[in-house]
Design a protein around this ligand. Sequence first.
Ligand SMILES: Cc1cc2nc3c(=O)[nH]c(=O)nc-3n(C[C@H](O)[C@H](O)[C@H](O)COP(=O)(O)OP(=O)(O)OC[C@H]3O[C@@H](n4cnc5c(N)ncnc54)[C@H](O)[C@@H]3O)c2cc1C
Length: 475
Amino acid sequence: MSERLDVDICVIGAGSGGLSVAAGASQLGQTVVLCERGKMGGDCLNYGCVPSKSVIAAARAATAMREAGKFGVAPVEPQVDYAALRAHVRGVIAAIAPNDSVERFTGLGVKVIEAGAAFTGPGELHCGAYTIKARRFVIATGSSAAVPPIPGLADVPFLTNETVFDLDQRPRHLIVIGGGPIGCELAQAHRRLGAEVTLIEALPSILTKDDPELAEFVKRRLRRDGVRLLEGAKVLRVEGRGDDLAVIVDKDGVDQRVAGSHLLVATGRRANVKDLNLEAAGVKYSPKGIEVDAHLRTTNRKIYAIGDVAGQYQFTHMAGYHAGIVIRHALFRLPAKVDYRAVPWVTYTEPELANVGMTEAEANKSGETLRILRWPFHENDRAQTERETEGLVKVIATKSGRVLGAGIVGPQAGELIQLWSLVISRKLKLGDVAKLILPYPTLGEVNKRAAGSFFIPKLFSPLTRKIVRFLAKFG
Ligand SMILES: Cc1cc2nc3c(=O)[nH]c(=O)nc-3n(C[C@H](O)[C@H](O)[C@H](O)COP(=O)(O)OP(=O)(O)OC[C@H]3O[C@@H](n4cnc5c(N)ncnc54)[C@H](O)[C@@H]3O)c2cc1C
């Protein structure tokens, strides 16, 4: 016999989205149950953002040693100890884990059940030893690596984001299938940590969701780092055993054999819907994820879905954003809706590649007459002192100066894009950015200069010169 619980909110999944809803709701005096079948903290903490950025930090340190010569400091080839690298990654996770722990959430008054949850009806689910009825349910079950049906793949050992951070020896030759952000970040990091790396992408280019003009900088750097890029290469089959593997690809109609020791599959994400028995709850879903309306309600109005499982933007900050919408809509009964006009995303390669709002290609479809503003990092004094001059700010604006989107490729792009998030979400004008007083020398000046370039044609036009000459004469 299972124990019955009757609560205000039942959250399924203790990742970025689920934890935010559970913490918010319990602090607002709601009774909350949180169901988690794996590790508290979900993908971001255990298998995603945190371990990947920790590995990237190590790779940056190795590159700094190798490239120190440009500062007059003797360069050295770094000795990388993968077991110590793994300990570093685990140490970072351990430092953050208490924020997401069962103890913390129990302390907040949340009843945490460490088991898988599945619906038994439209207003009821089963989790571990409990049957739970709730006024509202929030599905926040995230996503998992989508493993494509490549012939031979099931017969060889391969890595995904759930296992790649456990490597305790350097791969001799890492083959990465998938040139999205995850594939690119990990390909570059492992190359910089001393592994041979081949990155295979079926589409004509890697990083296809980003502006190709900006992605080109990342491509160039990956190649310079020594990553072998195979774009437009369709994987036909995988073969081998142990650490003697081969991926056979079709590149331009010719079969090529890529031999390596380890294989990482990073070919996209699949929403975690399978074990939830959503049919019993009347919740519709597709391979892309759970269907939601603008309030993040599913086809069952008592059930919300947030984060990766709701499909569209699979980022930690979007899971957090969704959580805020659900709290306002479900608890405060406010008409809170999602607004995707200012969604930022960052690929943490070097150079970093960041975007917010529309890309140029998307803006072209809007029918607006566009002004495209560009400012290169090599014109920035701080970038020169840091010897990080590769990159570009690109702002997509209307003729009247309304900003539709911005992209940055270059040092600290993930930090620098945040100004444009504010500009787009608060509907600020380019003049607001151009008039800022910024500390010198900072990388942020690239944003001001890009905004300022909007006014240059008018400012130095023949008419303006005439007016100034007139005022000088008679003023
Ligand atoms: C390698 C990698 C790097 C990434 N880097 C970044 C980055 O730099 N920045 C960024 O914004 N995003 C990044 N992401 C994406 C980010 O990790 C996700 O967008 C984020 O974790 C989604 O949060 P979530 O709450 O939707 O799901 P998750 O964090 O995945 O949490 C879902 C939880 O639900 C649990 N669960 C699933 N089914 C059930 C069930 N039936 N019952 C009970 N529990 C269940 C799972 O065990 C899991 O703990 C990265 C992802 C990967 C894989």
